[in-house]
Design a protein. Structure first.
Length: 327
């Protein structure tokens, strides 16, 4: 009998949170942890096993494993490699995720080389930064089926966008619809032409909320980026939001939800690019992973922002020596 199985690769600050959220989801019968530090993988799995004995989740088989566990996995979530961390000497620093390119390009190639020994069927969800570059590497260099590898992308950036707008206008974040596109990083931008509060479009905000200053697109984007570093510089790292993004996507896969999220994939003809860059745009997520990409029409400001984001991502891709950018 088939049982839903998850493998979490990398159980540091982020991966351990992914593991905890996955346990609470109650959709996986088996969860295996893999980490270069084998004692950490064992300890995290054992800690969660102890926690389940106190709850209704005690039938989940959670254990430390190895890459052979990927053979029958439904979903693999990769959070391996170092993350950007707080600079104790500069509490207002905004370190660039792209600074991790060299190290994490090597990490993702090592991880993928191990995974494909055992499967090309599992859906792989990437968290490792710089997200766009490592997604490109994983999805383009290992002959993995199209759509079955993607990154969490700007899901978290989009949640932060909705939070920024909700606080500015005094509404429930669930009433805000909208998303960020482009890089998961400095150059992500809000698609303001599609931003709305329960159907009230961005260009109508001033009419329906005359008492509130309407933020311009640049200010909205800056506020979203700043909110990420408020977390980083407060606690030293970020993990809860991106872990929840990954688990939300895992659920969409397992339940074949056909839900739409702004995830990171390789462009296939959208915006004049075909196979030369990975970034976030709305995608349909189901049992087969990314089942549709929606290259939504953008206005002039958004198009300029998208092109700038693509340029920035491709600089990091050159550093990683990936795909068509190999020297």
């Amino acid at each position: 009998m088939h049982k839903n199985k998850l493998v979490v690769v990398g159980v540091g600050h982020v991966g351990s949170y992914v593991l905890a959220d996955a346990m609470k989801l109650r959709l996986f019968a088996e969860i295996a942890t893999i980490d270069i530090l084998k004692d950490v993988a064992h300890g995290e799995a054992l800690d969660q096993a102890h926690a389940t004995a106190l709850t209704y989740m005690s039938n989940v088989d959670v254990h430390a494993g190895d890459y052979a566990d990927c053979a029958d996995a439904d979903v693999i979530i990769i959070a391996a490699g170092p993350s950007v961390l707080k600079d104790d000497k500069n509490p207002n620093a905004i370190p660039d995720r792209a600074s991790l390119t060299g190290k994490n390009a090597a990490v993702i190639r090592e991880v993928m080389a191990e995974i494909i020994k055992y499967t090309k069927e599992a859906i792989i969800i990437l968290i490792t930064n710089p997200l766009d570059t490592v997604t490109y590497i994983a999805a383009s260099e290992f002959d993995y089926p199209e759509g079955r590898i993607f990154g969490t992308g700007t899901m978290l950036d989009s949640a932060r966008l909705r939070k920024v707008i909700s606080q500015q206008y005094g509404v429930d974040p669930k009433s805000v619809t909208g998303y960020m596109m482009g890089e998961h990083g400095f150059t992500a931008f809000p698609v303001v032409s599609r931003l709305a509060i329960n159907g009230i479009r961005y260009d109508e905000f001033g009419t329906y909320f005359p008492e509130v200053e309407t933020l311009d697109p640049e200010a909205i984007g800056a506020a979203v980026v700043k909110s990420a570093y408020d977390v980083l510089n407060g606690k030293g790292w970020t993990n809860a939001g991106v872990a929840q993004s990954a688990i939300t996507l895992a659920q969409a896969v397992l339940l074949d939800e056909k839900s739409v999220h702004p995830v990171c994939t390789i462009l296939r003809g959208q915006y004049g690019h075909d196979g030369d860059v990975a970034l976030s745009m709305p995608c349909l997520i189901g049992r087969n992973g990314v089942e549709k990409q929606f290259g939504v029409a953008l206005d002039e400001w958004e198009t300029a922002k998208l092109n700038a984001s693509i340029d920035y991502i491709q600089l990091a891709m050159k550093d990683a020596k990936t795909g068509p950018f190999n020297d």
